[in-house]
Write a protein that binds this ligand. Sequence first.
Ligand code: UT7
Length: 331
Amino acid sequence: MNFNRCAPVVLLGTGMSVPTRVVTNRDLEEIVDTSDQWIVERTGIRERRIASMGELTSDLAAAAAMQALDAASVSPEELDMIIVGTNSPDRLFPGVGPIVQARIGASKAGACDLQAGCTGCVYALMLASAGIRAGFWKKVLVIGAEVLSRIVDWKDRNTCVLFGDGAGAALLGVGEGEDAVLAAEVHADGSLDDYIELPGGLVAHPATVETVEQGLHFVKMKGNEVFKYVNKVIPPFVRDLCSQAGLDLREIDAWVFHQANHRIIEGVLRRLEIPLDKAVVNLQKYGNTSAASVFLALHEGMAEGKISKGDKVMLVSFGAGMTYGAMIIRI
Ligand code: UT7
């Protein structure tokens, strides 16, 4: 390993992949006691993509990965590392990372998964950047990928209307000149471990007929607690991160939040006195895709011209743990 310490990090390309099947709020009215009006008013979500049977997290992840590599004209053999943020891997092990590594032919890359709730995207980007800066890697593919529809209880209206399936990817590499990562920080508070959890099927509650009957193998979320927590911690956190980077909040050109709820995005930006039109929002089309959502919004924001070359973009996420994190990156 040829150490090239403090190599500047750049974003080389992005990609995304979502299942073709669209499930609308009206479709959900048929299966749980909900309404399009409730879902739109409380979350902003109108539809989500749901994987077909047999379609796996690794399939979406590999497709997003290839798009990011193509966008950067980088071949899979050039990759040193693949990190996949996911909470819905195909199997607990092996991880999605090695499956993607083999699928795309990244013959020289290490590969692993990172599980940090929806914040996995920021954790993975931060680890990738740190590894590049330290000289361990030159090109790292960071992926957020989820097929949450398989671990959501389709009888629980508190959760099933919120989530969707999808994958997004960002290719980071060694650049020239200034480092694109202007600041990044992650936090965790494991005392709030019951806010969002999937309790059954592993060590705490090994799978039994009883755990299955009790639905312990499905996502549980105290949505309102999460809502209040996020609205409390995120505004001062991102304000502080901007100060660390020597930036005024108004110098952030675009805000890419975890796409959990339109009211969270609005509320946080209102507290920070930032106009809502600086936010990239695509949750109306995809719902909450957990560790993938920031990547989907970043990719679409760039593809649709809402984010341009040279822009300073704040990526913000929060989720199970509780965890939260943010990164300011120059595109
Ligand atoms: O990605 C990880 C991070 N997760 C999040 O960021 C989620 C954060 N939380 C949220 O986005 C919101 O809390 C939710 C969208 C999950 C819920 O919105 P809320 O305004 O906090 O609603 P609530 O949980 O306080 O529930 C209000 C009412 C309840 O009825 P009662 O007790 O007032 O009669 C719920 O039973 O809404 C009811 N409700 C529904 N009604 C129709 C809950 N889900 C539904 C539904 N359709 N799907």
